[in-house]
Design a protein. Sequence first.
Length: 401
Amino acid sequence: MKPEKIYYFDNNATTRVAPEVVEAMLPFLTECWGNPSSAYEFGHRVAKPLEQARIQVAGLINADPREIIFTSCGTESDNAALQSAFRLFPGKRHLVTTAVEHSAVLNYSKFLQDNGCEVTVLPVEPDGSLDLHQLERAIRPDTALVSVMWANNETGVVFPIEEISAICRSRDVLFHTDAVQAAGKIVLDVRETGVDLLSLSGHKLYAPKGIGVLYARRGARFQPYLIGGHQERGRRAGTENVAGCIAFGRAAELAVERFEEETARIRELRDRLENGILTGIPGTTRNGARDARLPNTTNLGFEGVEAEAVLMMLDRIGVCVSSGSACATGSLEPSHVLTAMGVRPAQARGAVRFSLGGYNTREEVDFVLEELPPIIRHLRGSLPSGGEPVLVRDSGTVGGV
């Protein structure tokens, strides 16, 4: 039976498009549909709002609008950053990254390895944090780039980007950060942190899917990922997704306007949900640091159950959560993030991520706090005599991943 209401707690996977964002982009799908590169006035009607969107996105991260390159998604932005560094410095064949990066970085790292480069993958501590001494020691004379995410998508753990950037500057190495999950949730200031390259994605920020941004610091050399026309000041060929760019700009503007109030409200809801689960369900643990993390994210491990079974039963009542990154859905392996943190495979397979957003309410949190304990008790009651978790399966779909 289809649930009457959807309780969406998977905002790190994607977000609802804000009504204000839909309103801003619609004219560029219906009325102002010209090509912004055209020389005539109808094209100029599109080019000017496109540049305004660039200003709005720049304001989100305290950048110069000329440093904003519109892309198709966060993955393209990550790939473009990594490829640029290795094309710029063909004599440098070494990358430093971490074991908990998004697949857009980790899989590109494997691609680099397959093509003769060396990659140092830094481990993380049990709470998901990074040892900066290890990072500093990992940088070599032939290091082309250091790539460390600003905040982890599964645990919400935030890395000390300003300190990492300072280390890279002292060693004259380019620094890239995947800030896809951090945008709109914590303060991002590229001037203060001094990062060289930074990736963003619109659909994590109440804009539609299919639009991303790569920030490239002025003065830092950059090689285009897509070669063709002169769009994006020659740094990313291809006619711009104008409606998407406008949407991203409006979403960025809203994020700045609502930051203080929304961040405090969402953190309060997250803490209510997390504390309620930890105190109300025995054998439950939090994965990742308590304080140095995003205000909307909690990753909780349920002893003796499989996350897939939890997701399935929550989906039946309209609750959308995930067992990790949406980009890894379908994988039977435990989360690479939790594995890197030293979480045992059996425990990692029982981990569920709740990520809240601007449209969640206290009533929705209380609904989960009421419905989740009997679900966990039911699943634990299904344990065979040996005590190993049993995976409850049926023909239903697992939602929210």
